[in-house]
Write a protein that binds this ligand. Sequence first.
Ligand SMILES: [Zn+2]
Length: 165
Amino acid sequence: MKEEYMRAALREAQKAEKRGEVPIGAVVVLEGRIIGKGHNLRTRLQMATAHAEMRAIDKACKKVHSWRLPGAELYVTLEPCPMCMGAVLNARIAKVYFGAYEQKGRSLTGELAEANLLNHTVEVEGGVLEEECSHILTAFFTKMREREKQKREKEKAKKQKNQGK
Ligand SMILES: [Zn+2]
């Protein structure tokens, strides 16, 4: 079951990728139903808060007309950042499932989940469809690096051509 919801989050991540965004997707599930979906739109919106989780939580709150989502689960393809964990706690979400583990640094997921901030703790389970979730990210960054390399080489060639004149 959790794999099925993570697949829905992965489909959201693919939407982000199609728009040239870092492919991260999330869904909020309540009583077995997806009530909010979101993908990363940070670049398109030029908004620091446009993370997949924030967008999915916003939509879920709108859907049930409540800022509280007790009993809800969040599925996200990458380990959430502290801002999104803060939103999870604010929305009183019960459990977070994430796919890939954050590689770049500490994301404080466990600490924030257990700190009892806002008098609420949240269960966290990482590594759901970990391989697929991390593959979509590494493939994206590899492609991006290749594109940048090609761009640099093109510019270099252009420069050399101009110098040859
Ligand atoms: Zn975040």
